[in-house]
Design a protein around this ligand. Structure first.
Ligand code: ZN
Ligand code: ZN
Length: 411
């Protein structure tokens, strides 16, 4: 192993053992992203479920938003480490954003709906007050409405609450009709057909109200082997944080105008070349790895790092980690697990291409990333006796103390 790789691995492995604390006041203002599934479509595997993550923008009533919803997502809520601060509840999810229609990103939607929507009464004569407003909104590409409607129908699913699906449509897409009303599922409310603007983007197509003001959501196209979206969640007022979450991609450049200078970029890294001195079973050349990744519409860590550099991201997290037998990168179980070196190598490749002096992180299931709001002077002074107000949250600390947070590293 080269000295450079070895020193990088040792340096960052040591840093796993450092902790970073956030005060309760800081956590009350922080935006967080919790990964419920971090593997590519070859999964799930022993340590990773397929794609889904939960966004906490500190919205009114504790509402949460979700991006992608793979099979098994509902169960992942139950599998959160018991000492997780701010335990996430499926019932709190009010909006779901689906990047694309591949099965590893949307097959968990119906089980989530069955969990979130109240079941019908067993007594046919009982009066059940049905809320005419949908309890959950789903946003996604053309076809998502048909997908949800068909499976709700075919699984004979009936609920007391309503749901709605809005489609983000491109000019050549065929919308799924909601008219006449008989075509809809009985628990469905007619959704909006949201056509992209002339430059191909969906700007501010939905909104949430947080403690700081409005949180706006934009979407734009990214290149994958089938139509795919990236989502941008941004605060309208100060501190104007911006979180960019991309679906699967081999080239996200079409979305660049929407996502410059984000506080956090989440980018896929499905495949990676791992030198044989780190993992003898990985025998493919760097060229072969790149060729295969591109041919399947995916990225390698360097591409994620280069994109983070292009848009000037403040933090970079790698997601959709390879899970097929020739490119399998399971999350290590503990800090002495030799597979940790593989993950560190993936992070090293992205970190070098990023060139920001900060450390890219590869996501693992239940990892929580904190995007804090800058502290005001008065808050800083109030925090003189921080030790008494600390929420006990642990963090992996990157090169400059980046607050990647989890109560306990699970791997
Ligand atoms: Zn995928
Ligand atoms: Zn895909």
């Amino acid at each position: 192993m080269s000295l450079r790789r070895l020193s990088f691995a040792i340096q960052h492995t040591r840093k796993l053992h450092r902790s970073l604390y956030f005060s309760a006041a800081e956590m009350a203002r922080a935006m967080t992203v919790t990964f419920l599934g971090t593997c590519s479509g070859g999964g799930p595997n022993e340590s990773r479920n397929c794609s889904s993550l939960v966004l906490d923008c500190k919205l009114a009533n504790g509402a949460l938003w979700m991006v992608d919803c793979a099979e098994g997502t509902t169960r992942q809520f139950a599998f959160q480490p018991p000492d997780t601060p701010s335990w996430l509840k499926p019932n709190s999810v009010t909006k779901m954003f689906i990047t694309h229609m591949h099965a590893d990103h949307c097959m968990g939607i119906i089980p989530m709906l069955r969990n979130i929507l109240y079941p019908p009464s067993i007594d046919p004569n009982a009066f059940v007050p049905i809320n005419p407003h949908p309890k959950i909104e789903i946003f996604g590409p053309a076809g998502i409405r048909t997908f949800v409607r068909s499976i709700m129908t075919m699984t004979l699913t009936h609920t007391a609450d309503k749901y709605v699906v809005h489609e983000l449509l491109r000019p050549d897409d065929v919308p799924t009709p909601c008219d006449p009303p008989e075509v809809m599922h009985t628990n469905e409310v007619a959704g909006k057909d949201i056509w992209c603007s002339e430059d191909g983007f969906w700007r501010e197509f939905t909104i949430g109200r947080s403690v700081f003001g409005d949180v706006l959501v934009d979407a734009g196209p990214i290149l994958h082997r089938d139509p795919c979206l990236g989502f941008i969640f941004r605060e309208h007022e100060e501190p104007k944080r911006k979180i960019v979450i991309l679906g699967d991609t081999y080239d996200p450049s079409p979305i660049i105008p929407l996502c410059m200078s984000p506080s956090l970029l989440i980018h896929e890294a499905t495949d990676a070349h791992i030198p044989r001195e780190i993992a003898p079973q990985h025998r493919r050349t760097p060229e072969k790895v790149l060729h295969t990744a591109l041919a399947r519409g995916h990225s390698i860590p360097q591409m994620a790092g280069e994109f983070a550099k292009t848009i000037g991201a403040e933090k970079l997290v790698l997601n959709h980690i390879g899970s097929r037998h020739v490119c399998s990168f399971p999350a290590p179980r503990h800090d002495r697990d030799s597979r940790l070196l593989v993950i560190r190598e993936i992070e090293r490749q992205a970190t070098e291409a990023w060139g920001s002096g900060r450390h890219a992180m590869a996501a693992w299931d239940f990892m929580r990333v904190v995007v804090p709001a800058p502290e005001s002077e008065s808050m800083r002074q109030n925090d003189q006796n921080r030790s008494s107000s600390y929420e006990h949250v642990y963090a992996d600390v990157g090169a400059d103390g980046l607050p990647y947070v989890n109560k306990k590293r699970k791997w």
